[in-house]
Design a binder for this molecule. Structure first.
Ligand code: HEC
Length: 116
């Protein structure tokens, strides 16, 4: 099963609950939410890497600016942030289970005005 297929079959509500436990101490998920330790994540799915307004990204993540947050890049990032972008300031070990990553990514897809 590809990551995109796993995301399509995943439960965004389960992803929301996971994100509340594992991401929310550093990230807001609200539209026009504040930057916290990390950037606000509303609308991040499909956006350019390191492009959320009002946040000063590390050079490590800014080096990926030519890429976009697809299901594949989000999964690689969330599995092991320090492997995706060595030197990143996201001090988070990663989400080891592919199913958990798919659910979190499915939740991120719901955080957009276009419902992408
Ligand atoms: C300990 C705090 C912390 C935790 C926990 C954390 N993050 Fe982050 N996150 C950050 C920081 C800091 C950055 C900016 C990294 C940089 O500039 O190198 C970031 C960046 C990101 C980005 C890139 C945003 C962009 O616009 O390019 C995404 C996506 C992201 N985090 C998702 C998540 C998700 C999903 C979780 C939970 C599974 C999570 N993060 C957990 C601190 C955290």
């Amino acid at each position: 099963e590809s990551i995109a297929e796993a995301v399509a079959h995943a439960d965004p509500k389960a992803g929301q609950a996971l994100a509340a436990r594992t991401c929310a101490m550093c990230h807001s998920f609200a539209k026009d939410g504040p930057a916290m330790i990390g950037p606000d994540l509303y609308g991040v799915a499909g956006s350019a890497v390191g492009d959320m307004p009002g946040y000063d990204f590390s050079p490590a993540l800014a080096a990926h600016k030519a890429e976009h947050w697809t299901d594949d890049t989000l999964s690689a990032w969330l599995e092991a942030p320090a492997r995706f972008a060595p030197g990143t300031r996201m001090a988070f070990p990663g989400v080891p289970e592919a199913g958990d990553r798919a659910a979190i990514i499915a939740f991120l897809h719901t955080l957009s005005d276009g419902g992408k």
